[in-house]
Write a protein that binds this ligand. Structure first.
Ligand code: SF4
Length: 229
């Protein structure tokens, strides 16, 4: 089926963005991929915090509880204590335990390797049935741990792609995932995802974007406005 003209324009812009950032930053590196269940728990821990706090909480959790069964069956307070460095521990700990119980009930064991057999869309849907697992968390597991096509949209990507004019200002997280997954090529997902996050951290920062040194400023709706900084 022929795609609407607007989609093709956006896809062309997405390709230019991918290529420009690749020229600037090169091939980005993701840390060693984790098994799907580990990646899922790690990504839940990463919500509303930075990578360092996420990693500290994950390591403490794994040190205190040698298996996911032990995390599932531990007193809630002990799990809260183990993941405290990730923040929102009172919320994240019960969600992680509920998730581990639900997976056990559905599959008889704590293992998400069966998701390797799923199509990307089916894996995304399956993961999002759990409380605390939204489109970004599911897409991170599918892209990096299952090595399948999904485009995770974190706060940096959401902000940068809105400013670029790639998605509407009004796009919510769910819409941003759908639109960006359709604009970027699946083979570019990991590179574009990681390099846009880097641009968001280093240049297109929330409060004061450094537009004058941004490699994307000629392709940016925000920059084209007269009142750009
Ligand atoms: S030109 Fe400015 S607003 Fe646009 S992407 Fe670059 S830093 Fe962000």
């Amino acid at each position: 089926m022929k795609q609407p003209e607007r989609d093709l324009e956006k896809a062309a812009q997405a390709k230019r963005i991918t290529q420009t950032l690749y020229q600037c930053y090169g091939e980005p590196h993701w840390r060693q991929p984790l098994p799907p269940l580990d990646e899922l728990v790690s990504t839940i821990l990463s919500q509303n915090t930075n990578d360092g706090n996420r990693d500290r909480a994950f390591e403490t959790l794994r040190q205190r509880f040698p298996t996911w069964e032990a995390v599932r069956d531990a007193p809630l307070e002990e799990v809260i204590d183990a993941i405290r460095s990730a923040g929102l521990a009172q919320q994240k700990a019960p969600r992680i335990q509920a998730l581990l119980r639900a997976i056990t009930e559905e599959h008889g064991r704590l293992d998400l390797d069966f998701l390797h057999q799923f199509e990307a869309e089916a894996a995304l849907r399956w993961l999002q049935q759990f409380k605390g697992v939204g489109p970004k968390t599911a897409a991170i597991v599918v892209l990096f741990s299952l090595n399948k096509a999904a485009f995770p949209v974190d706060t940096h990507i959401h902000r940068v792609t809105r400013r670029l004019g790639l998605i509407p200002e009004s796009a919510n997280a769910e819409q941003a995932h759908q639109l960006l997954a359709s604009y970027f090529e699946a083979s570019d997902y990991a590179s574009a995802h990681l390099n846009i996050i880097r641009l968001g951290r280093e240049i297109c920062q929330a409060r004061k974007p450094k537009c004058s040194i941004c490699p994307l400023n000629q392709d940016c709706a925000y920059y084209r406005r007269e009142d750009h900084p």
